[in-house]
Design a protein around this ligand. Sequence first.
Ligand code: FES
Length: 145
Amino acid sequence: MYTEKVMDHFSNPRNMGEIENADGVGTVGNAKCGDIMRIYLKIEKGIVEDVKFKTFGCGAAIATSSMATELVKGKTVQEALHVTNKAVMEALDGLPKVKVHCSLLAEEALQAALWDYAKKNGIVIEGLKEPKEEDHDHELDDEEE
Ligand code: FES
């Protein structure tokens, strides 16, 4: 049911963890299943220098966040906006239909992190929409490194 690439990113996720003093942080929750994802961005001169993610989510959410972080690393902020759930799913050679909503977490967390970065720096990223409000922030906060 899962492609080899999904299994690979699920069993061996890339860029898992967190970035201290990140330039942008985005946290989103999936209304359907209650899973949560957070993405951290380190941005240097408009380029995504580093990216990490943390997720309390299913295997598909882990695989899609892992692939999403791989796709945005080294890209410009503008290019990172094009890393949609569709692009991530294509890069993973597809996801089962019932798991498509999981891939939205990665896209939404990434956009929320970009929004946070733009807000902190007083810049406008063309085409970026304000993320929906959510209140899951505290749920990942009390973890020790
Ligand atoms: Fe919740 Fe996949 S079932 S993100």
